[in-house]
Design a protein around this ligand. Structure first.
Ligand code: F6R
Length: 260
């Protein structure tokens, strides 16, 4: 695992956008795994800016979202499909049919979950998976005690996560209790994981994920099992890391050929 500490959210966004731009330059038909929520917003903004400047095309890219709420009507502004269209896919040249979202409105959700896994496999797997981290250590919507071998399925949100996400709704009562999320096992099959965290509220969960024990009590700690995981944090999110000096030194001494 590599831990990269950047000064602020803008530097985090530029660094991660560089990783994605390099991937698409070498693999124009790359498969991106996309997270929603606040953490990747700066990255999406930077990618849109690069696209508009003519430097970056997503014309052959396909994308799979991590998760979706159950129980929201299609088109509801808080659905993750609406979120990704608003902040990324609707602003670049990625074909709408190439953006896949778990179907939280399916009559048979279990069948839709199995189908989602099949779609990821048929696309050849995810090349680069963007991740955020929840205050309780979740990735995707794999809440604490999620199986580290889990696949795409229905999960129940913790009250902490519902509270955290209430800012996207007009009232906490509107936040669904249930979601469809890629499992930890699904996420770990992506070829490169890029976990983003910005702000002081993420310092404790990031330290647990990066340096804590591997445990389903902190599902994000499963990234320790991945052979190619890059954790990109700002200074505020790095404050609880015990080996912070080592991460800085390793990054400063990194050979130029070893770009993530
Ligand atoms: C969203 C997702 C979640 C978020 C996490 C952090 O697709 O999978 O794991 O990444 O809840 O949310 P923010 O970034 O809003 O703090």
């Amino acid at each position: 695992m590599e831990v990269v500490i950047r000064r602020d959210a803008a530097d985090v966004a530029a660094f991660v956008a560089d990783i994605i731009e390099r991937l698409i330059s070498s693999s124009p038909a790359a498969v991106l795994g996309l997270a929603t929520g606040s953490s990747p917003l700066g990255v999406y903004g930077e990618l849109v800016r690069r696209h508009r400047s003519g430097a970056l095309s997503f014309g052959r890219v396909s994308a799979f979202l991590l998760d979706e709420y159950i129980g929201l009507p299609p088109g509801h502004p808080a659905t993750y499909r609406a979120f990704i269209e608003q902040h990324f896919s609707g602003l670049v040249d990625i074909p709408p049919d190439s953006v896949h979202v778990p179907n939280g409105a399916a009559a048979d959700v279990d069948a839709a979950c199995a189908d989602y896994e099949a779609q990821i496999r048929a696309a050849g797997g995810v090349d680069l998976q963007l991740l955020g981290i929840g205050g309780d250590g979740h990735v995707g919507f794999n809440e604490p005690t999620s199986s580290l071998a889990s696949r795409t399925r229905v999960k129940t949100l913790t009250s902490e996560t519902r509270y955290d996400n209430a800012r996207f709704f007009s009232a906490i009562d509107e936040v669904p209790h249930h979601v469809v999320t890629q499992g930890i096992g699904t996420i770990l099959e992506a070829r490169h994981l890029v976990l983003i965290a910005v702000g002081a509220a993420k310092a404790e969960p990031i330290a647990r994920a990066v340096e804590g024990p591997l445990t389903s009590m902190c599902p994000a700690s499963a990234i320790q099992l991945h052979p190619h995981a890059t954790v990109v944090v700002d200074e505020a999110a790095a404050t609880e890391l015990t080996l912070i000096d080592y991460y800085r030194a390793a990054f400063a001494a990194k050979p130029s050929w070893q770009f993530p």
